[in-house]
Design a protein around this ligand. Structure first.
Ligand SMILES: [Zn+2]
Length: 326
């Protein structure tokens, strides 16, 4: 094993941490999953354990050049501070990058988990420099944007917060104070409220299975939810004209049946509009590959790779002194 050429990525979730090691060609060489802990100290301890466990599988921590972290909440990506995450009981500024860097002796970058997943998805699907909108459909609804190969955060890191675009003035009241936000109509929470079945892998999986089996009530709810997710796809394409909108998050574990329902909804919505038909929104919809830890992969890609070397791998392998061959 060559020293120091792998980047580690962590996706810290409410119950689990996914970790991935990525080589200089952006290929995943190792993954693992550990339980998360909560609170500032718990999160730091669990992240350190995950990096050490990952390092142990790839020839020791010395095989790693740095760590990227996808964090499920507000992040100050410039300083690497985690600001707020209800799921993890983080309620004030936590200098996550600084604390991890001190404990691990490695450079650490921190990014919002949806943004990390957007980067990871673009890489995992080989979308390269194509414009990618990653639509995370889970407890909430939000998007990460990769434009020309780079993450687009916006001036206040609010780019992609399309879950809080109100689309129904008489819809349910949202936590954000507005009424009828997309998040209230198209998220996993919205599905659970309309189809409260826990068995069969959760409400979304149960809903899609019931609809596929011909349950008329399930067909109605599925098609309405898919119609609202289609509205989110339309917002992304008409705002930034991304080449691909990739459905991700917990609801996307439904797989292709979700993508098919959203494509059908987009085609229905385009029936009245030659303008929309020309834009081929349905043809841009993709789904996150199953069992692909895209947020962990994207987090790893936050760590700068070694500069391109003569071996043409896009990242020269450093010698014992950390020098990279010219
Ligand atoms: Zn809202």
């Amino acid at each position: 094993m060559t020293r120091g050429h792998l980047r580690a990525g962590l996706d810290i979730g409410g119950s689990k941490i996914f970790a991935a090691a990525v080589d200089p060609r952006d290929r995943v060489v190792e993954t693992l999953r550990l339980p998360t802990r909560t609170g500032p100290e718990g999160v730091v301890d669990a992240a350190v354990e995950a990096v050490e466990a990952l390092g142990a599988r790839v020839g020791g921590r010395a095989a790693l050049t740095g760590v990227g972290v996808g964090f499920p909440g507000l992040v100050d990506a410039v300083n690497g501070d985690a600001m707020h995450a209800v799921n993890l009981d983080i309620t004030s500024r936590l200098p996550l990058a600084a604390k991890l860097s001190e404990r691990l002796g490695l450079p650490v970058a921190v990014e919002n988990d949806v943004n990390a997943a957007a980067l990871g998805t673009a890489a995992a699907l080989g979308l390269g420099r194509a414009g990618v909108g990653y639509l995370s459909i889970g407890t909430g609804l939000g998007a990460g944007l990769v434009i020309d190969g780079n993450l687009h955060r916006g001036s206040r890191a609010a780019a992609g917060e399309i879950g809080h675009i109100p689309v129904d003035p008489s819809g349910p009241l949202c936590n954000c104070g507005q009424r009828g936000c997309l998040e209230m109509l198209a998220s996993g929470t919205a599905i659970a409220a309309r189809w409260p079945h826990a068995e069969g892998g959760g409400p979304a999986a149960h809903l899609f299975a019931a609809a596929a089996a011909g349950d008329p009530a399930a067909v109605v709810v599925r098609d309405e939810v898919a119609g609202h997710i289609a509205e989110a796809v339309r917002v992304l394409v008409l705002t930034v004209d991304v080449d691909a909108v990739v459905l991700g998050g917990g609801v996307a574990e439904v797989g292709e049946p979700l993508a098919d329902a959203v494509r059908d909804a987009l085609r229905r919505q385009a029936e009245v509009s030659a303008f929309l038909r020309d834009l081929d929104l349905a043809g841009r919809v993709r789904i996150t590959p199953p069992d692909m830890p895209v947020a962990a992969i994207g987090a790893a890609l936050l760590v700068p790779a070694w500069p391109a070397g003569v071996d043409g791998v896009g990242g020269g392998v450093p010698d014992e002194l950390g020098r990279v061959a010219p």
